[in-house]
Design a protein around this ligand. Sequence first.
Ligand code: 5GP
Ligand code: MN
Length: 317
Amino acid sequence: MTLDNIIEKIKQAEKIVILTHETPDGDAIGSTLAMKMALKQLGKQADVIIKEYPKTFDFLPGRNEIKSETNVDKYDLAISLDCADFKRLVGNEYFEKAKQTIVIDHHGSNKMYGDFNFVNPVAPACCQILIGMFEYFDIKIDKELGTCILTGIITDTGGFRYSGVTPETFEFTADLLARGVNVSDIYKRVLETKTKPNFELMKRITDRMEFLENGKVTFTYITNQDLKEVNAGVGDHEGLVEIGRDIEGVEVSIFIRQKEDNGNFYKVSMRSNEYVNVSDVCFRFGGGGHEKAAGALIQGEIKEVKQKILNEIKKVL
Ligand code: 5GP
Ligand code: MN
């Protein structure tokens, strides 16, 4: 599918809904808000639906216009951003009912569930795909739009650190900086500010961290009881999986978190450093993601879940 197809579908649509994945991160939120602003410049009003919003991102322009649901059940067009799998798409009932659907994403594991799919697995963030797209559509990337896009880029690249970063990432950032966007403020807010519950969870997961397979694998977890005891809110588990990966000699970090709505399931997060493709590992459990950052949902007690994952990881270590 080409960018011309996308702009054509947008121009034809009257009612547009913008959706993203569950437990939304900076890229998910940044890209939906950026898309809404871009559509406005094209003369189109759109609804962004996000049900659980982490307070870290309260500073983003347009945040107050986000809806948790709408009455309209017939959108002309639904746009899914940063979401590889229909199952993980929040508000997928709107997507299902929409007359036309577009998926824009940067996950190699994307299931291409839209009528039109624009997927670039080389882009370090979905927000970075939007830069090129908006330029092609002649949309002006002003301070507000730039702030949303940069938030997605900073969170998904771990602050410009990951290998997916391209010259364009820096060119875009330099350009925004020159135009007065406070890059260091965004950076500090989204990467360097810990909520108190996040810090408390960090203490627990570091205490419990196990080193396995000769120190190449770390494993740790949090339960619903932990979440309750530290008074955790939406997004307070973010970043915890990175801690294991940053330790010398570790190739794979595994972090599992009990699901609040169904305690028989654990949400698995994995990160790798060099050679293990954690997206492939997660794919075997019905999940996916990127080569070095992926996730899945697995049923069982902590011990069982841990064993299931380790059995697969041993094959690729
Ligand atoms: P995180 O560990 O931060 O939750 O997710 C890491 C990456 O894997 C993200 O890009 C996320 O979208 C993806 N991911 C996490 N869980 C799942 C899952 O259950 N299925 C798929 N397809 N992708 C996932
Ligand atoms: Mn992303």
